[in-house]
Design a protein around this ligand. Structure first.
Ligand code: GLV
Ligand code: MN
Ligand code: MN
Length: 419
């Protein structure tokens, strides 16, 4: 028999979100808004993890921490040998975040468990709530790091060896913060994975809807480009004698925008979010420039063509200009389609809660795209406000929208856990 729809305690969920947002919280000087800064494996991230770990234990879950610092909290099922139904997300944030990205999925999983405990709901399969490490990728350079190791795409040692801009490694920071766990780094395939996340875009709000069913995640290509020129005096060096790394960097930024505007690469998006020149002084021609390129595309073939076009342009820039360039791959994922059956289960749960919904592709990367390679997976999106702005203190979803998304999560999980 199909389980009845389950409504969670929206106020308790909201209070948990707001309490967690105080950890790493800061006041944005420009807007006066309260933001969140919990870069992966910093003291703030560790404090956030400890707070939520305490809540997971209070809810009666047994917790294990794996070698990537992923936290796996299990609510036992009537059949403990059955593959679990897993939910979760991440608590690490970009340096200028709001309270919802990732946190809604983790605290939503916790709220589901609290609700099941209160109502004495038991399931055949175990249910696991997972906190994945370094989803954002902004500290150590590779996004979805913890989930990529759990799914077997990245080797644990390679992940441990990644370093941040100060030379601190993932492995050392896991040990320093007390989250270097043990046991297998790869997950046994779960029965299913379902993640709830704020949409981070405008689609649901424009459609006047509260929740969405996510069909998949578009491809992501990240690389770092370093340009080597020649430092020189700004006042005395004739223009024709310069090898200005800053000019080459500016050309790359504009070229990327031209690629997007040309329409030749489908729905390509391109962003240079990091750009630094050295020695970074007013009266010195930049000797070196560093920038990151973030490309997104739902079509793998168009993505490969855009990458090839950029590579060709980089060679052209080098030719006879006195500058040299090197590139470093940071992250690369293809388009990931989600499981049709899990999408249907989410849509049915939304219907049963009386919520109209639509299906949409995710523009952002998520841990779910990694889990999709080892088990049937899909996601629930919750509507964001202010055009869905995210990675920004203005990121906001209403208490009502968060609660409705987690209602859908609860109903989907209870049904999958009884299969
Ligand atoms: C994750 O937040 C991303 O950059 O898509
Ligand atoms: Mn996220
Ligand atoms: Mn994010």
């Amino acid at each position: 028999m199909t389980a009845q729809p389950i409504a969670v305690d929206g106020r308790r969920l909201w209070n948990s979100l707001m309490e967690l947002a105080e950890i790493g919280g800061y006041r944005d000087p420009r807007t006066g808004l309260r933001g969140v800064n919990r870069l992966a494996l910093t003291d703030a991230d560790a404090a956030g993890r400890r707070l939520v770990l305490g809540w997971l234990r209070e809810a009666g879950l047994s917790v294990r921490i794996d070698p990537m610092g992923n936290i796996i909290a299990r609510r036992q099922g009537a059949d403990p040998t059955a593959a679990p139904v897993v939910t979760g997300s991440h608590l690490d944030s970009v340096a200028t975040a709001g309270a919802f990205d990732g946190c809604l999925g983790v605290l939503g999983g916790l709220e589901v468990v609290r609700t099941f405990n209160e109502r004495r709901i038991s399931t055949r399969r175990p249910i696991e709530v997972v906190i994945f490490t370094e989803e954002e990728g902004v500290r150590f350079g590779t996004d979805m790091l913890g989930s990529a190791v759990a799914a077997g795409r990245i080797a644990v040692q390679d992940a441990h060896d990644l370093i941040d801009r100060d030379g601190c490694s993932v492995g050392a920071e896991l040990r320093r913060t007390g989250f270097a766990g043990d046991g297998p780094a790869r997950f046994e395939p779960p029965h299913a994975y379902v993640e709830c996340h704020i949409e981070q875009g405008p689609v649901l709000a424009r459609a006047g809807l509260t929740v969405g069913v996510v069909t998949g995640v578009q491809g992501i290509s990240w690389q770092e480009i370093t340009i080597h020129g020649r430092a020189a005096h700004a006042g005395t060096t004739p223009t024709e004698l310069r090898a200005d790394a800053g000019i080459a960097a500016a050309r790359i930024v504009l070229r990327l925008r031209e690629l997007v505007d040309s329409g030749r690469f489908g729905a390509l998006r391109a962003t240079v979010g990091h750009l630094a020149v050295h020695p970074d002084l007013t009266n010195i021609v930049p000797a070196r420039a560093e920038l990151t390129v973030d490309l997104r595309n739902p079509d793998d073939e168009q993505m490969a063509r855009a990458e090839a076009d950029l590579a060709g342009y980089l060679s052209e820039l080098e030719d006879g200009s006195g500058i040299t360039l090197s590139t470093r791959r940071m992250a690369r994922t293809s388009y990931v389609p989600f499981d049709a059956g899990i999408q249907q289960a989410i849509a049915t749960a939304a219907d049963d809660h009386g919520l109209t919904h639509l299906s949409l592709l995710s523009g952002a990367g998520h841990d779910a795209q990694e889990l999709a390679s080892i088990c049937p997976t899909a996601m629930i999106f919750v509507r964001g406000e202010y055009d869905g702005i995210s990675h920004n203190p203005r990121e906001y979803s209403t208490p009502e929208a968060c609660a409705r998304g987690i209602d859908v999560l609860a109903t989907t999980l209870v049904r999958l856990a009884d299969e």
